[in-house]
Design a protein around this ligand. Structure first.
Ligand code: ATP
Ligand code: MG
Ligand code: MG
Ligand code: MG
Length: 481
């Protein structure tokens, strides 16, 4: 396929190889860097070179780096462009070429190699970066009205609270040119998608937040493979590209639903499962084992979300043949089939991955099922109490919170099941319990949300059965059994 994910990756690497870049392998998702929890960008493996701590082996390199961004977890299935796991294609200059070449090649790659129409491309530069603006306008020929100056949030890139950083320039694709060129907001994701970020890495951010100039001026870029695949394959979102859709199809098959005609909620669960399964498989493959701390908790949380959503879709482990009650291994198998050009090692680690997944899923399902029984008891008691006291039946905030916190029940679901029996819920009481717990485990939550931030508190213990991440459940979700 001319625009398959695999071919886009290959063409990117070959484009830069033809321009003097050495093709290097992806680094692990577990970085060799204590300031970052997981690999969030292609530059991470080169950080010591950018900082001048390690001499460069080559002046130019290009990679396809597997990345995890847990800070985007709430966006998964909500926006059309964010994943927890994605591949970032990058070209790097270690004190070699700088802005001019980086910009010209990015343009040539986009318009000639990938064939994107020039008038569909918009550019952002850092607010005071007149040099980049001038290169785009005068040397590449982009009309000034399609070059936007943006502030620090969008156009000053750093890999963390400290470390190499610099102003950047991004390329956006316009899905709706008919909307005109005035009052344009590049952040409007019903119209635009950012796909390529060129970082002009020339500073080091120090502990006190100040910037010092690096000895050399470097280039660090990131192009989202799934996003370019989405554009070139002309599908409505990244999930429907050949990089992810086969996983969604498998999940649909297990759930006995059809993605194409499914309601939004069902589609969102399927997309989320498609996303999470890739993250889970590559994390375990890179040695991250489910646990209650740091990275292990990231993978545990992703697994639990995938299991819960699978059950909400009606996927039952039993009856699926040789997988003995667990369905994640079936989906993982599909991820592994797709892994050939992402990471050839994953195949060799398949048995280990299936084993971890099966154990973790079955353990979590036990907890969920205990919770389902407990909810039944709670409801029966509430009804009995109400008969005795003559007041309306109601589940206490404490009970609802116990189900949420210990048994992984989103409160919306508890509420629905209770509603079905004519039992109310003390939501104020639930919110109070939630607030209380949030205060107590603020540190732990900080670790979980971590993508980019410092992770010195990696060893922070997260409560054993804490379950987070159902804030975005669909209101009409139904719990089975
Ligand atoms: P966005 O503004 O869309 O969140 P970003 O500015 O945070 O993206 P960068 O840090 O500039 O992203 O990363 C470089 C490129 O990696 C992006 O231009 C995009 O193509 C891709 N990318 C970033 N985050 C994600 C993600 N969560 N899922 C898929 N691709 C991503
Ligand atoms: Mg982002
Ligand atoms: Mg951005
Ligand atoms: Mg960006």
């Amino acid at each position: 396929l001319p625009n398959s994910g695999d071919s886009i990756r290959q063409r990117f690497l070959e484009f830069y190889a033809a321009r003097g870049h050495k093709i290097l392998p992806s680094a692990s998702l577990v970085p060799d860097d204590p300031t970052v929890l997981l690999t969030i960008a292609g530059m991470l493996q080169f950080k010591p070179i950018f900082l001048g701590k390690v001499p460069r082996e080559v002046p130019r390199a290009t990679t396809s780096q597997r990345c995890i961004r847990t800070n985007d977890i709430e966006n998964v299935g909500q926006t059309s462009r964010h994943h927890t796991f994605f591949e970032m294609l990058g070209n790097f200059s270690f004190g070699d070429y700088f802005k001019k070449e980086a910009i010209k090649w990015a343009w040539e790659l986009s318009t000639i190699e990938f064939g994107l129409p020039a008038d569909r491309l918009w550019i952002s530069v850092y607010e005071d970066d007149d040099e980049a603006f001038a290169i785009w306008q005068d040397e590449v020929g982009v009309p000034a009205k399609r070059i936007k100056r943006l502030g620090e949030d969008d156009n000053f890139w750093s890999s963390g609270v400290t470390g190499p950083c610099g102003p950047c320039s991004e390329i956006y694709y316009d899905f709706h040119p008919e909307r005109g060129e005035s009052n344009v907001d590049l952040g409007d994701d019903t119209r635009f998608i950012e796909f390529y970020n060129l970082v002009f890495m020339q500073y080091n951010k120090k502990d006190d937040g100040s910037l010092e100039s690096l000895k050399q001026r470097n280039i660090d870029t990131g192009l989202g493979l799934e996003r370019v695949a989405r554009i070139l394959q002309k599908v409505p979102n990244n999930y429907e590209t050949d990089l992810i859709f086969p996983i969604i199809e498998k999940a649909s098959e297990l759930a006995n639903v059809s993605y194409a005609v499914a309601d939004d909620c069902t589609q969102r669960y399927l997309k989320t499962i498609g996303d999470h399964m890739r993250a889970i498989v590559y994390l375990i493959s890179d040695g991250v084992i489910p646990s209650n701390i740091g990275r292990g908790y990231v993978v545990r949380r992703l697994i639990r979300r995938a299991v819960r959503m699978g059950r909400l879709l009606g996927i039952k482990g039993d009856g699926l043949g040789d997988i003995e009650g667990a369905f994640l291994p079936v989906l993982a198998e599909r991820v592994i089939q797709l892994s050939t050009h992402i990471d050839s090692d994953v195949k060799n680690r398949a048995a280990r991955i299936f084993e971890e997944l099966k154990r973790e899923e079955l353990r979590f399902v036990q907890t969920l099922e205990r919770g389902e029984k407990l909810l039944e008891q709670m409801l029966a008691e509430a009804l009995l109490d109400s008969e005795k006291s003559g007041t309306a039946p109601c589940l206490s905030g404490k009970d609802a919170f116990l189900l949420y916190d210990t048994y992984g029940f989103p409160v919306e679901i508890t509420k629905e099941v209770a509603d079905g029996r004519g039992v109310g819920i003390d939501m104020n009481g639930f919110d109070a319990e939630m607030e209380n717990q949030k205060r107590q485990s603020q540190a732990a939550h900080n670790v979980i949300k971590l993508g980019v931030e410092n992770s010195a508190d990696l060893t922070e213990k997260v409560p054993d059965t804490e379950f987070v991440g159902y804030d975005t459940l669909c209101a009409n979700a139904v719990i089975e059994g």
